[in-house]
Design a protein around this ligand. Structure first.
Ligand code: FAD
Length: 389
């Protein structure tokens, strides 16, 4: 079983074990997730139990060591889950990438032993849902400008501030808040990742579930902190002032994850469109028989395959431990741009039906747009890449 659009191409990193995992994931997504997507979209969030079901199926924390409750895989396993989510149509409606690919890896990479044992097993089962709260109403791209504070008062850290656009914001039980723990040093040295365990925490409030243009099944929320008290032991890694560097070190994985989703979405768009144009007729012939249709789809398939080969090479480099931030930024920016372009061109082949939400291509179009914005806007990616010139 292959992931790719080309039947005769299998990603060089995909071995037999991963193909078996892919088959299991595909069955699970088709049976347990895809049938619920419409309901999740209507209610503006997935069902909370979906996280527990994902835990039972071994989807959460696939690349976290087994001693902490994970499946002991690596980024290739993470990729298989992300691709299969995308092929099922659920994609980013289920906040897996934030929970599993990002948050659990902060804990695994920087957490103290106590923190790893406290949080990771519960994240793996789905008992705890993770979120990362960086963005604020007044600052997003400029992370060093965050205004949320976590000041030591007596033997407690006291958090004050507000965050916005937080994925899993309504379901999250474990939220890493990017906060200033000091005013003294360079801005980057003042930032820490402070964990809050949200259940019953005084002074913590979730705002409304934000109404988005796409990814409507994903809960995205504002979060408020009014004198929220947590022990200093909740600072990730136990030492303050490390947050900015912890975030920066994880960027290659986060950006690559967005590119992985983008490639799978491009492939799905081309496949869905090829199916449609072989059925639909106009002027007495199949849409597929118009030269324009063939050429557009040939171009889209070519570009999707170029993207796949580039991302495959990034995946191999990442698993080997040598994917740099600039190359991951290239993958994030270029693949998310191409995702939007290809889906737009494919949607055009559907005519008016492409504009109707009951056709998956319409949902893919609205879901795709944010890929160029979150995880660092694509302009920021180009800034990062240009520094290597
Ligand atoms: C659906 C969704 C989910 C999200 N999930 C999360 C989450 O889980 N956690 C979280 O912390 N955040 C999350 N975000 C926030 C997201 O990461 C930010 O929106 C993004 O980083 C951009 O920040 P901003 O919105 O403040 O835009 P701004 O920083 O105000 O930038 C606006 C635009 O200005 C331009 N720009 C900014 N800086 C530069 C520059 N240096 N050079 C050139 N152009 C520039 C870019 O075009 C950019 O798009 C999410 C956002 C969305 C929409």
């Amino acid at each position: 079983m292959t992931a790719a659009l080309n039947a005769d191409y299998t990603s060089p990193w995909e071995n037999e074990e991963l193909s078996i995992v892919r088959g299991q994931m595909r069955k699970f997504m088709d049976a347990e997730f895809a049938p619920h997507l419409e309901d999740w979209v209507k209610q503006g969030k997935i069902d909370r139990e979906a996280w527990n079901k994902a835990g039972e199926a071994g989807i959460n924390c696939v690349s976290i060591p087994e001693e902490y409750g994970g499946a002991g895989g690596d980024f290739r396993h993470e990729t298989v889950v992300m691709e299969e989510l995308e092929y099922s149509g659920v994609g980013g409606h289920f906040g897996h990438a934030v929970h599993s690919t990002i948050v659990s890896h902060y804990v695994n990479a920087y957490g103290t032993e106590e923190q790893k044992h406290r949080w990771l097993p519960k994240m793996a089962t789905g008992e705890m849902v993770g979120a990362i709260a960086m963005t604020e109403p007044g600052t997003g791209s400029d992370l060093q400008g965050v205004r949320t504070t976590a000041k030591l008062e007596g033997n407690q850290l006291v958090l004050n501030g507000a965050k916005t656009f937080i994925t899993n914001g309504h379901h999250a039980d474990l939220i890493f808040v990017v906060a200033k723990t000091s005013d003294d040093g360079k801005p980057a040295d003042n930032i820490s990742l402070v964990a809050i365990e949200a259940e019953g925490l005084e002074g913590f409030r979730r705002g409304r579930n934000l109404e988005k243009m796409g990814l409507k099944g994903s809960d995205t929320a504002e979060l408020f902190f009014d004198d929220v008290k947590v022990p200093p032991e909740n600072i990730l890694g136990g030492q303050d002032g490390q947050g900015f560097y912890q975030l920066m070190n994880q960027l290659p994985q986060e950006r690559l994850a967005i590119a992985v989703g983008a490639v799978a979405a491009m492939e799905r768009a081309v496949l869905l469109t090829a199916e449609y144009v072989k059925e639909r007729k106009a002027f007495g012939q199949r849409l597929m028989d118009f030269q324009n249709t063939k050429f557009v789809l040939a171009e889209c398939k070519t570009e999707a395959h170029i993207a796949r080969c580039f991302v495959d090479s990034c995946i191999e480099r990442h698993v080997a431990g040598n994917l740099d931030t600039a190359t991951a930024s290239m993958a994030k920016y270029w693949c998310s741009d191409k995702q939007n372009e290809i889906i737009d061109r494919c949607l055009q082949m559907f005519g008016g039906y492409g504009y109707m939400m009951e056709f998956p291509i319409a949902r893919m179009y609205t879901d795709a747009r944010v890929q160029k914005i979150y995880g660092g806007a694509n302009e920021i990616m180009k800034e990062v890449i240009s520094r290597t010139l």
